[in-house]
Structures are given as C-alpha cells and as structure tokens.
Design a binder for this molecule. Structure first.
Ligand code: C2O
Ligand code: CU
Length: 511
C-alpha cells in the first residue's frame, strides 16, 4: 500500500494536477472484466430452481489512473474500477453476496453533520444498489441497511425486466458520494431475446464507456474537495479536473472500420456531459436508461446527467485509418483509432428497434406535486437540499398503490438542473414547462410562463433518471409495478443526495 501510506484522510500535500500536462491517448481503454460465477444456489422465489451465485468483495486497491501517474488508492468492487460487469438474462434471477472487505477508516472527508453520518456511526459503511433494477425491497440496498467491514449481504435480483444497461453503486446513508467517488461503481447489463433478435453489434464490438470526473493530484491520488469549515466539510457540488473513461484519463481504443455499440454511463458525482465526436460526426442513439428506443436517432450531441445512460451505435466504416475524439465540450475524453484493414460487418442497425408504447395521462390515478428545495444560510451558501421541503427522517408521504399509475410533477424553483431518480420503476417523461416559482411559494398556485415542452428526442424512451430543469415543472408518468415495500427516490447529484435530497417512498398493497 505504498502510494496512500502516510497520508491521512486524503490530505496529501501534492498539488492539483494540470490535466493538460498528461500525455494524451497513451493508455488503452480498459474494459471492466466480467463477473465470474462462483457457484449456484436455490432462487428465493422459485424453490428448486438453481440460479447463479456471485460473491463480490469490496476492497481497497492501488491502481494508476494514467500511465504517467503513480497508483491511486481506490475502493472497488472485486478489485477493479469500474467493478466487474454483470450480464443477466431477462427473467433469470441471480444472487450476489456483497462482502465489505474495506479498511476500517475512510480516506475521504466524512461530514459528521450529515444525517446518517454522525460521529457515533462506523466510518466505513457500504450497501449496494443496482440502479434501474426491478428488485424486491429487501434487495434494493436501502441506504440505512449498510454493513461494516467484515460483514456481507446477499441480495436477489429477479431480472424480470427488459434489456437495459443498469449499474451498481454504493448507497450508504450520508457517505455514498465518498464511496462512489472512491471507485465503488460497476455495470449490470440485462439482455433479452427481443434485443438479441436485432443483431446489434455484440461481443468485442459492444463496449461500455463509464464516464466520471475526479480531482487528481500530482501524486496521482484522488482528492475530494472540502468546504473550508473543518467541522462541516460537505460541498454542494464536485466538478473534477480530470474526466476518466472506464477509470483512465485520456484512453484510446483501437477499432475496426465497422459498427460498434457503446453503452455509455455518466457515473459522475455531479457533472453533466454534452458528448460530441470530432468532425461533428453523429451518434446513432438506440437506447436510454431503461432500454431501446423505438428507432435510432442521429444526434450530434448526447447529454447525460449523473446516473443517466445512453446506448449508441457508431459506424467507423467510412473512417478507415482515421482518428476520432470523443469529447465533453472542450475536454477530450478519449480517442478512437480506426484500423485500415477492411472487415466484414454482419451486425445491423435496424430502422425499427423496440416499440415504446406511450403511457396515457388518463391512466394515472394520482398526480403528485413535488418540489425541489435548497436551503441557504445567511451568507447565501447552500446548506441543505430537500425534496418537497421534507428531510429524510420524516414519515413517508408518497405511498403509491401497487400496480397503479401516477404522474409526478416535479417543481424546481432552484437555479440548477437536478437529475431525479426513482428506484424500482421505469417511467416516461410527459413534458416540461416553465412556471413562476415566486407565485407558487407565495400563493401555492401554479402559474405557467412558457409553452409545454415535450421530452428531448434522446429522452423519449423508458427512463429511470430525469433532468428536472431549473424554473420548470417536469412531469413523469409511471406504473408502480413489482413489489410492495419501502424504496427511495432522490437527486443523483451525490452531494445533494447525501445532504437530504432523498426521500423514502412506499408501495402499498391495494386495500
Ligand atoms: Cu443510482 Cu438510488 O441510485
Ligand atoms: Cu440535486
């Protein structure tokens, strides 16, 4: 454990790294390894049926984030960052034993003022949530169900859902921004026969791109910013100086002149991305958070908030021998090096993908008006973020009935866009509309100040995370299918989530 030794709580004396000083495109893009099946066990919901059983250990490792940097201290699932990739078949369950084998001390700055992270709690706590998974509540990774080093939790994932790119990450109350920042995230792909039938690029031609930013120091270590108040180090947002793809800064990928499918995840704490390709080349977006779109969309830019995913096809066939850059605005994320040798490409990009039947507003039995709130102190610093002005520990207020459809109209009077994620369900975005927050706070009335805006084309499939824009009311519609019980909904800006921008909700059985 050389590189981290002698430094306390991430307080290394090294200076901030200047990313422009790092050599570009010298590391090959790492591909997270597949999980290995350890054994099989009986499925909890189907006596007699054996399902795969995996054991994933959360461990500290030392691994460089760039060829020319010393190894960074990272907390991982299964020893890699991102963690190993699960591949599940729709309708076929699997069991995972998540084992906390982390050290007893955290290396990033805990704020003991935050609910759930008080000084009398163990420093190192972890619980895993598979983002976008339709799972029973006892396997969803409830934020208060954390475990300490030496303990493990076994969760069952029934995978009764359509093909989609899900991801797993830490969800421990009050510190999940730190655990995820330390490296605790990985991919969970659900496949099904409908998608198989489309003959999209697969195998070595289907590549995950997990994008996240971090502050790096010249000694190669992660640095998590602090407020300057020693007792209250929480900061409302983190925008790192380096953006990583699959855990490397400025990687390159050798590709053949043919079609590839890229499964893109924004795993950042707070950064939104506007992804573009050099030469204004276009992405063919084929899917959103929860699966395929009805038809491919040619887009010059893909926007992803934290937690969102985009499924895209890139066709390099007319770029043999060229190099292409994937960028976020002016920051070059990675390079594609297209080979010269002509290859046969038998994969397809069908013009019709998967029907996404529009959910009818009339099918909703309830419309909930919910707000996003920021509390500021006397000097204007944000001190707490809330959903519906209600802290986490207050009694549950959202209790949808199992199998009922609801519309949630989320009001955002703040100055920032917040990516709101609801566990268990998939939803559709109905619309967004500008309104006057002042009228609402003073009279409780909604006064619209702009036209109804439909979802962007790239958001018009099944979603589980939605950008709720400043000064707008964003409406989503969803059916609470699956399981009765306690789940959560929250902002996916992890700093917000850890500071009260998360609420429990409960699916109740029909009376
Ligand atoms: Cu991706 Cu509740 O989280
Ligand atoms: Cu937020």
């Amino acid at each position: 454990m050389a590189a981290g030794a002698g430094t306390l709580a991430g307080a290394s004396a090294a200076a901030q790294l200047d990313p422009n000083k790092l050599a570009k495109f010298v590391d090959p893009l790492p591909i997270p390894p597949p999980v290995r099946s350890r054994s099989t066990r009986v499925a909890p919901d189907r006596p007699g049926k054996q399902v795969p059983y995996y054991r994933i250990e959360m461990t500290e490792i030392q691994s460089p984030l760039h060829r020319d940097l010393p190894p960074a201290r990272l907390w991982t699932y299964g020893g890699s960052f991102p963690g190993p990739t699960f591949t599940a078949r729709s309708g076929e369950g699997l069991l995972v034993e998540w084992a906390n084998q982390l050290p007893n001390r955290h290396f990033l700055p805990i704020d003991h003022h935050l609910h759930g992270a008080e000084a009398n709690r163990p420093e190192v706590r972890a619980v895993v949530h598979v983002h976008g998974a339709k799972v029973p509540p006892q396997s969803d990774g409830y934020p208060e169900e954390w475990i300490t080093p030496g303990k493990s939790l076994t969760y069952y994932y029934p995978n009764q859902q359509e093909a989609a790119l899900l991801w797993y990450h830490d969800h421990a109350m009050g510190i999940n921004r730190l655990n995820i920042y330390a490296g605790m995230a990985g991919l969970y792909i659900v496949r099904d026969s409908f998608e198989d039938g489309l003959n999209l690029p697969s195998g070595g031609y289907e590549i995950p791109l997990v994008i996240c930013d971090r502050f790096l120091k010249t000694d190669g270590q992660l640095d998590y910013p602090v407020s300057g108040m020693p007792d209250a180090p929480w900061v409302p947002e983190v925008f790192g100086n380096v953006m990583l793809v699959n855990g490397k800064a400025f990687p390159y990928l050798d590709v053949q002149p043919r079609k590839y499918r890229f499964r893109i995840l924004n795993a950042s704490n707070g950064r939104f991305y506007n992804l573009t390709l050099s030469n204004r080349e276009r992405f063919q977006q084929i899917g959103t958070d929860q699966g395929l779109l009805p038809a491919p969309l040619a887009l010059e830019m893909i926007t992803l908030a934290p937690g969102e995913r985009a499924d895209v096809v890139l066709d390099f066939s007319s770029h043999a021998g060229e190099q292409m850059i994937l960028a976020n605005e002016t920051f070059q994320l990675m390079q594609f090096r297209v080979g010269r040798a002509r290859v046969q490409d038998t994969s397809a990009l069908p013009t019709a993908l998967r029907p996404v039947p529009r959910m009818e507003e009339a099918s909703a039995v309830e419309t909930r008006i919910l707000s996003i709130d920021e509390l500021k102190n006397a000097v204007g610093d944000t001190i707490t973020m809330l959903l519906n002005n209600t802290p986490w520990h207050m009694p549950v207020t959202e209790k949808p009935v199992l199998n009922s459809t609801e519309i949630w109209a989320i009001l955002n009077p703040t100055e920032d866009s917040h990516p709101i994620h609801i566990h268990l369900v998939r939803f559709q975005i109905l619309d967004r509309r500008r309104y006057d927050p002042f009228t609402y706070t003073t009279t409780g009335k909604i006064r619209f100040t702009g036209p109804v805006e439909p979802p962007e084309p790239g958001e018009s499939g099944w979603k589980d995370t939605v950008r709720v824009h400043a000064g707008m009311i964003t409406r989503i519609i969803m059916k609470f299918e699956g399981y009765p019980g306690r789940y959560v909904w929250h902002c996916h800006v992890l700093e917000h989530e850890d500071n009260e921008m998360m609420r429990p909700y409960e699916i109740v059985k029909p009376a």
